[in-house]
Design a protein around this ligand. Sequence first.
Ligand code: G6P
Length: 608
Amino acid sequence: MCGIVGILGKKPVAPLIVDALKRLEYRGYDSAGVATVEGGKLDRLRAKGKLVNLEQRLDENPLSGTIGIGHTRWATHGAPTEENAHPHFSSNVAVVHNGIIENFKPLREELTEAGFSFASQTDTEVIAHMVCHGINQGLSPEKAVHECVKKLEGAFALAILFREHDDLMFGARNGPPLAIGHGEGELFLGSDAIALSPFTNKITYLDDGDWCKLERDGYTVYDIDGNEVSRETQTSVGASLMVDKGNYRHFMQKEIFEQPEVISHALVHYLDFAEGKVRDIEGQPFDFSDFERLSITACGTASYAGQVAKYWFERYARLPVDIDVASEFRYREIPLSPNGLALVISQSGETADTLASLRYCKQEGQKIGAIVNAKDSTIARESDAIFPILAGPEIGVASTKAFTCQLSVLAALAIQAGRKRGKLSQEQEEQLVQELSETPRLASEVLKLEEQIDNLARDLSHYKHVLFLGRDTNYPLAMEGALKLKETSYIHAEAYAAGELKHGPIALIDEEMPVVVIAPYDHIFEKTVSNMQEVAARGGKIILITDERGAKEAAMDGAQIIIMPDMPQIITPILYAIPLQLLSYYAALHLGTDVDQPRNLAKSVTVE
Ligand code: G6P
């Protein structure tokens, strides 16, 4: 999604803004721009496509000015063209925006009647004209911004500049995050702490409804009624971790290979290995034994982690789970029993639909637990309990390490719930904890399969469609495998519960449709083998991901087999995710797609 940067600095800011925008590239974007003020003049440069295009323009025509705003745009209203790229101008105002202005049509009509003409198809341009309209009517910049934000409906994070003022910037937030960064005689605005990390790690996050005024010697935050409010300034830990690719070609590859380490961090936080139990998480304000039902909501990859967790909570804690993708959940008018528990899962902690579901659950009297990577995020702040996944910054748009860390945390919580609800004995808990503790070691083993998977991915990259099958926890894993392949390689992929094959998808099977089957040797292995036979009988090409025993028992001549190490059942979804990630990564590499920033995708989806 769009990224915002603003700098009130001491030296020319345009190159610094581009540098900060690079740190927001991971969010996904299709155009970019920067504007500065100098000598009573507003100037801007914008470019379609990647930041290198903008950099090239800046090299040819450098922008001077020690105050400026910049933006990476992920198109919502209007195609990703230069005219639609931000900053948007009115005669004396410049604005960058992340979000969607839902009432932009009536506002646009009003402004057109007032004599403003529009140069773009965006919803954002109304903001520049509205503020300008205020100024033209004699309002101060402050008043004009306040009047404007009061009229806006929808989601927005904004940074605003004025032609006449080279020591004045405004920010506003309703929905997507916006942070003020504090420097020495300098101030910054940014969509997140990572964007501001080259400049400062002292960060003040605005709350929803807040807007702020920045001048080099200080800042003021106001609420929507114009009252001055104070917001906490914190030292961001994430910010100091500069995110680079190290020796890897892509962030996705690096993040896949980090998994043994980050899963280990997550497990150490939740498991007491010496006692053989799941720790009581500090500050956890509820006990799983207090609830008779659990609702889980999330989007994308996080929702598949939730689907795996449903099997675990039901199996180990006998706790029934309702799960839905957040974009459906939030509008389903679902009746929730009083005093229920809702878990929301989100890497970024900012996904608009997940946040809306959280708020719905809160309103319905649920306790909220957030499984998040970004501990400073809105979702974390609005929850009763935060369960960090401790994956570290995830930059590749296609989620990898966040998924396996989410699963590691959810497995620990399901075990904790099993004990608290009296469904697991102490011995069973010890056994499961011991099994979970094997995950990092086995993850390193699985990563050794890289070369074989690279070869398989080369073959796979010649196909247009791929089917993924699995049963039990391997069914949501099949969905995650299909999603990953679509995201990174643009190959069409679908996932089915293996038992559903006969109810339609089998009609698709021919030699042009490879089928990836996820089937560790377990209590339902034989059933999955029957489904594989059905595929083989129709000429379908099979890639089977299993273990030694599974490979032997399946005896599938002609199948390509990825042999995983033996492992306990509870950790199979965590570890079987890794070959699926590698398969997608290498398929993308063979096809030459933009692995870390696939087309049209955004890392943090802050609009509906
Ligand atoms: C986007 C990302 C996905 C991610 C989903 C949910 O679609 O591209 O990788 O799974 O959002 O994001 P969240 O931050 O809430 O986990």
